[in-house]
Design a protein around this ligand. Structure first.
Ligand code: HEM
Length: 478
């Protein structure tokens, strides 16, 4: 009897606990019908899988494995310390890109905010808005037309000093040097190679730490990136102070570059930007425009080496333009308009190897999407590979085929190396110019072969050949 009493008590206790757990679970779960997926381990979630598929050269594997397992459109995960919904495919891209500031807003991982702490007491969203207001002055068509000749003369000097008279070169560091030199010249009128070299190396450390686990311990990529960012900012501040003096003395012009413009433009309240704020903005532009375009240039060299028939067609197109120029005449806007096939090749390169793998947004309100709930504060991630390497968007995605970009090109929201909505890269046209000028100067001088035929690709966070793409050069005039 006593035994039965205790058994009943135990059963009652178990039932109560189970009921409480059920209600707790039910209460917690009921409002949300979250997308399918797995949140992984506490804190780190699935960050390691997310990052390590990139380190192994297949960032799309993280996405496609889960698209097959859970859903071809939306799945939940936890990356970089955040509960995240990954949006896949053209329809999801369209939804995400068209709901900017309605349902979602820009978000950057903690690592990015710590590496680029803004000097102002505002947030990234405001800073990004300011940047978007400033940029069009410099990246509008009239300004870009002026840049073509400058880009060509810088490219000619670059190839003469670092490629010509060499039998072997390593492409990625040279491509970075080229895009960085252009940015320094066009954004801040810094031309001296030694000056540029001084702060170009820390950029490599910066890039490596941007999308990393935010562990600030000596020697971690994150820690090195923070130090590199501080170093570069100090160098930028020196340049900014010198420019202020030059403007005051009248030896620098108000319209010569983005730096003068930032120093002399005030906001609607009549306030000028502080030196630190300008340093932040220039750093943002340099990082946004430098590694992305150099990655594109590097993969162009790789694919032109792999695919001689494509090289030949690019060569023909570029030589027709080269032959139409008189001795010493620089490339101009009209020449670039004729480089249609070359640009299709560059586009196909950015389809198979998108320099930026995707981007984050944050839900600014609870909302429903495709029948699933997205809670306020959750992050959303769009991935270029989810369409670029998807046979439904690009038939035979593994085939390198520049003709995909002929005529109307790929369907909307499938080709998104530059994003596709209101946050579309403001440097897209500038990037097109620098890439085409690079291709022109390269193919008119050389043919080449890869020194490591099956060189692996590492994505961290930009895709790069693991050994930086060493090649043997065969000059045309040899
Ligand atoms: C091949 C070269 C490039 C690629 C693939 C690329 C790609 C992108 C993408 C995908 C975004 C949007 C990120 C997001 O959705 O969160 C972006 C933003 C941005 N890009 Fe580019 N970019 C390139 C070159 C450039 C250049 C040359 C510049 C500067 C001259 C530049 C400046 C920026 C800036 C400032 C932003 C942030 C805009 C904002 O905050 O709204 N990019 N880029």
């Amino acid at each position: 009897m006593e035994h039965n009493f205790y058994l009943s008590l135990l059963l009652l206790f178990i039932s109560l606990v189970s009921l409480s757990l059920f209600f707790l679970f039910y209460k917690h779960k009921s409002p949300w019908n979250l997308p399918p997926g797995k949140m992984g381990y506490p804190v780190i979630g699935e960050s390691l899988e997310f990052l390590s598929t990139g380190w192994k050269g297949h960032p799309e594997k993280f996405i496609f494995d889960r698209m097959i397992k859970y859903s071809s459109e939306l799945f939940k995960t936890s990356i970089l310390g955040q509960p995240t919904v990954v949006c896949c495919g053209a329809a999801c891209n369209k939804f995400l890109f068209s709901n900017e500031n309605k349902l979602v807003t820009v978000w950057w991982p903690e690592s990015v905010i710590k590496i680029f702490p803004t000097s102002l007491q505002t947030n990234f969203k405001e800073e990004s808005l300011k940047m978007r207001k400033l940029i069009p002055q410099f990246l509008k068509p009239e300004a870009l037309q002026r840049y073509v000749g400058i880009m060509d003369s810088i490219a000619q000097k670059h190839f003469a000093s670092l490629w010509e008279n060499k039998t072997e070169v390593t492409v990625y560091p040279l491509a970075k040097r080229y895009t960085f030199l252009l940015a320094c010249r066009l954004f801040m009128s810094v031309e001296d190679e030694n000056h540029v070299a001084k702060f170009s190396d820390p950029f490599h450390l910066l890039a490596a730490g941007i999308i990393s686990l935010p562990i600030d311990l000596p020697g971690t990529p994150f820690n090195k990136a923070i130090k590199a960012s501080n170093f570069i900012k100090k160098e930028l501040l020196k340049i900014i102070r010198q420019r202020k003096m030059d403007l005051a003395k009248g030896v620098a012009s108000a319209t010569q570059d983005i730096l003068s413009h930032m120093l002399l433009t005030c906001n609607e309240n009549g306030e000028f930007m502080s030196e630190l704020d300008i340093a932040d903005k220039i750093l943002g532009l340099l990082i946004g425009g430098h590694d992305t375009a150099s990655v594109a240039c590097t993969f162009i060299v790789k694919y032109l080496a792999d695919l001689p028939h494509i090289y030949d067609t690019v060569f023909q197109e570029q030589m027709e333009i080269a032959k139409s120029k008189s001795q010493g005449e620089l490339l101009n806007w009209d020449d670039l308009k004729k480089m249609r096939y070359s640009w299709n090749v560059a586009c196909e390169v950015m389809r198979v190897a998108p320099p930026l793998q995707g981007g984050f947004r944050e839900a600014i309100t609870d909302f429903m999407f495709n029948g699933f709930s997205i809670p306020k504060g959750w992050k959303l991630y769009w991935s270029a590979n989810s369409t670029h390497k998807n046979p439904e968007c690009f038939p035979m995605p593994e085939k390198f085929d520049p003709t995909r970009f002929e005529g109307n090109g790929p369907p909307p929201y499938t080709y998104v190396p530059f994003d596709g909505g209101p946050r579309m890269c403001p440097g897209k046209e500038y990037a097109r110019l620098e890439i085409l000028v690079f291709m022109h100067n390269l193919v008119k001088r050389f043919k080449w072969e890869k020194l490591i035929p099956d060189e692996e690709i590492v994505v961290d966070p930009f895709p790069i050949p693991a050994k930086d793409l060493p090649i043997r050069l065969y000059p045309h005039d040899a």
